[in-house]
Design a binder for this molecule. Structure first.
Ligand code: AVJ
Length: 328
């Protein structure tokens, strides 16, 4: 069962290969168009590169969301109330969590993460910053329903999902996650969720194709990881980073594009890319007021408040898990 304690969350074969990684890569390279799930971008090197991205002048989302958390704390606190258990989906949004916790004075903090190392590190630093706040880290895959610690069973919950990470998912997956969050947190729970906004295409593309090339490095780290862990020989230098705005789907897409035909192998299987073909490595959906409301509603959450940064680039939405009612 996914909720069991002490479960090994990464399955490896005899030679130490992450079997889920290999299955995703082989399936993704076998389909057309080629695509590999973005979650595999975040190994240690990838997570460090993402940290670097958040410092780039072009990458506004982290600064915009931090501004909202810094400036609107009193408004959150008023609507959320004290004494909730904050359940964070993914731990280690290093700066944002303390801002939220200082604003709302919670009764407990429960970070959920699939990586035990991240979890322990961020739980320890949080506990140090907030002496007296009970911290109950849970090692779990939050895409599924999670069994929360008994200690917080009687407390009202606030889910926290910053960073517009929800935007990495296609609608179907995002709705599954939101429904599972509702199941995990229970009726009466609140959810505070970051959602990046649709804006000028040039601003969006620059945020995902920075002048210093850090995002390009982040993207090609996927290939480096495949070559290293799955015995691949993909010629990294022939694949160029591209950030594309897909207007139909309201999302930035990251691709690795080749200008010439390529042949390579991964885990003993051969693949080909035609000139101009790409490997699609990430989606980052952007929202407006209506689409963010619609997504939350589809996931079983009723929007109750919405805050934007001073330049209207990013939104933080507060939603509530209300009981189902009759509707016309
Ligand atoms: C961490 C998923 C929110 O989509 O903006 C940043 C990841 N990818 N630059 C995003 C990312 C390229 C980021 N999220």
């Amino acid at each position: 069962m996914s909720t069991e304690k002490g479960l090994k969350l990464v399955d490896r074969d005899e030679s130490g290969v992450d079997t889920a990684f290999r299955a995703d890569v082989l399936a993704g390279l076998s389909q057309s168009p080629k695509a590999i799930p973005a979650r595999w971008l975040y190994d240690d090197a990838g997570s460090q590169l993402f940290e670097d991205i958040t410092q780039l002048p072009e990458y506004y989302p982290t600064r915009a969301e931090t501004e909202i958390l810094t400036d609107r704390g009193e408004e959150f606190a008023g609507m959320i109330g004290r004494g909730r258990a904050v359940v964070e989906f993914g731990s280690g949004s290093s700066l944002k969590t303390p801002l939220l916790l200082s604003a709302i004075k919670p009764a407990a903090y429960v970070p959920l993460d699939i990586s035990g190392d991240f979890l322990r590190a961020s739980a320890a630093s949080l506990a140090e910053k907030f002496p007296g706040l009970p911290v109950y880290p849970v090692e779990a895959d939050f895409m599924r329903t999670v069994e929360l610690p008994e200690e917080i069973a009687g407390l009202p919950k606030l889910g926290f999902f910053p960073g517009s990470t929800i935007g990495n998912m296609v609608a179907r997956t995002a709705v599954d996650l939101l429904r599972n969050m509702r199941e995990t947190l229970g009726e009466g729970a609140l959810l505070l969720i970051g959602m990046d906004l649709i804006k000028d295409e040039d601003v969006l593309v620059a945020a995902y194709d920075d002048a210093a090339g850090v995002t390009a490095e982040f993207n090609s780290n996927m290939i480096r990881r495949i070559n290293r862990e799955l015995d691949g020989d993909i010629p990294i230098e022939k694949l160029r980073h591209e950030a594309r705005w897909n207007d139909e789907h309201a999302r930035i897409e990251m691709h690795l594009v080749t200008d010439e035909p390529l042949g390579f192998s991964v885990s003993g299987q051969s693949f080909e890319l035609e000139a101009g073909e790409s490997i699609h490595t990430e989606n980052s959906h952007k929202f407006d007021r209506r689409t963010s409301n619609m997504l939350l509603l589809a996931g079983g959450w009723d929007p109750v408040a919405r805050w934007l940064d001073s330049k209207d680039r990013f939104s933080l939405m507060l939603a509530e898990a209300r009981p189902n009612r009759c509707a016309p």
